[in-house]
Write a new protein. Structure first.
Ligand SMILES: C[S@@+](CC[C@H](N)C(=O)[O-])C[C@H]1O[C@@H](n2cnc3c(N)ncnc32)[C@H](O)[C@@H]1O
Length: 392
């Protein structure tokens, strides 16, 4: 592909990514993968270059751009080598018309930037949400140990006991250690949160929003398979990944439970009042993971945030039904918006006045409301909120 054709391909991709983000459709990564699956002629260098252009445009444009071309013109405004590709050459973008507008740049849509600032984040913290993230792995203590594992590249040891950090884009999925279940890709923040959960061998633990099992597997590894773990989720596709992943990792998961949204207790009834601990890794805006999916800023609007807040309250109330007297709940979101963190805990405590918030022992981060916050700028992790709750 010529440099101009790469720019045109990035424009076409952005024209698919923008409406998908607005309509809560497929993530940018999947759209890019599908695009190149249908264009086998593009080599790996072309793919990487186009992908970099797409993500440069997404990171640059805070407000949702009107079109892929407007977004790429915003990149061109800052980079003469991209501006030079708008030359009308075959397969390249048409020359910029007189007065043709570039998309607005910024960290996030106005309302969202205001909500982040109201959540105690300054310009540096918000900008760090959009930087490229490194690649963190967790060595699976069920099969290996960080001190002894032999990997193709040496990683930087992290604050989590089995964490190692590699440069962004390291293809760990192709390593034998990954195929054999000796390592898992997992951000340092997630690893630290699992390490801090108030759980012990012999406990019955419900991972209520288990998804594909990132934290479930980390829990099983932390407790050496000596706990009874119930992994539940409403998403059949995500939950379907858990059994094969657990097998690969040698992790013992006692029950995998698919939930019917709104009727979760039908399937969870047998565990009501029995769990020593319930982990609520709640569905959220993902504002703490924009380093990996920066188009997440374009997905969110106030109505979607309100919908997520109601869902977060709902899953927390389910957790309260599952836990035994004196047991505990941890609430986690990968978001730095107060509405998805301290405000949810305050709302829970006003609905359940007999419960109390309790501190979790995290080695990094800072207090936020009745919980704790990890953020990319200060802690070099994805952004998280986590709070501990104790049942009467
Ligand atoms: C942040 S993700 C979980 C990520 C997962 N714990 C991990 O570490 O890989 C949130 C999950 O909540 C699930 N969810 C949404 N509504 C739910 C509900 N009513 N009950 C249980 N899980 C729900 C979503 O399907 C999604 O998988």
């Amino acid at each position: 592909m010529t440099p101009a054709a790469r720019v045109q391909a990035a424009i076409e991709l952005l024209d698919a990514i923008i409406p998908a983000a607005r309509g809560k459709g497929a993530p940018a990564d999947r759209i890019i993968a599908d695009y190149f699956r249908a264009r086998r002629y593009a080599g790996s260098k072309d793919r990487r270059a186009v992908r970099d252009l797409v993500y440069a445009a997404i990171r640059l444009c805070g407000p949702v751009p009107e079109s892929g071309r407007a977004a790429m013109l915003a990149v061109a405004t800052q980079d003469d080598s991209i501006a030079a590709q708008f030359d009308g050459s075959p397969h390249g973008p048409a020359p910029r018309a007189e007065g043709e507008a570039a998309a607005m740049t910024g960290l996030a849509p106005k309302w969202l930037a205001a909500a982040l600032r109201a959540s105690g984040l300054g310009g540096r913290e918000i900008a760090a949400l959009l930087e490229r993230a490194p690649l963190d792995i967790r060595v699976n203590a069920l099969k290996a140990d960080r001190a002894e594992i032999d990997l193709p590249e040496p990683g930087e040891p992290l604050a989590a006991p089995q964490g190692l950090r590699f440069p962004s884009g390291t293809q760990v999925e192709q390593w034998e250690a990954f195929r054999d279940g000796l390592i898992e890709v997992q951000d340092l923040g997630s690893q630290l949160i699992v390490e801090a959960l108030p759980v012990a061998a012999g406990d019955t633990i419900v991972d209520l929003c288990a998804g594909g099992g990132g934290k479930t597997l980390a829990l099983a590894a932390r407790l050496g398979n000596a706990a009874s773990i119930v992994a539940a989720d409403t998403d059949k596709r995500r939950l379907g990944n858990l059994a094969p992943r657990a097998e690969r990792a040698g992790a013992a998961i006692d029950h995998i439970v698919l939930l019917d949204p709104g009727r979760e207790m039908q399937a969870l009834g047998p565990f009501a009042g029995k769990a020593d601990h319930v982990l609520v890794d709640a569905p959220c805006s993902g504002s703490g993971t924009w380093r990996r999916s920066p188009e997440g800023r374009w997905r969110l609007d106030p109505a979607e945030l309100a919908r997520l807040n109601a869902l977060q309250d709902h899953v927390l109330d389910l957790a309260a039904q599952l836990v035994r007297p004196g047991g505990s709940v941890s609430f986690v979101t990968c978001s730095l918006l107060d509405a998805e963190g301290p405000d949810r805990i305050a709302a829970f405590l006003s609905r359940h006045p007999d419960w109390r918030a309790e501190a979790l022992p995290l080695p990094l981060g800072s207090q936020r409301g009745a919980g704790w916050r990890l953020d990319p700028f200060h802690d070099a992790t994805d952004g998280f909120f986590v709070a501990g709750l104790r049942s009467p």
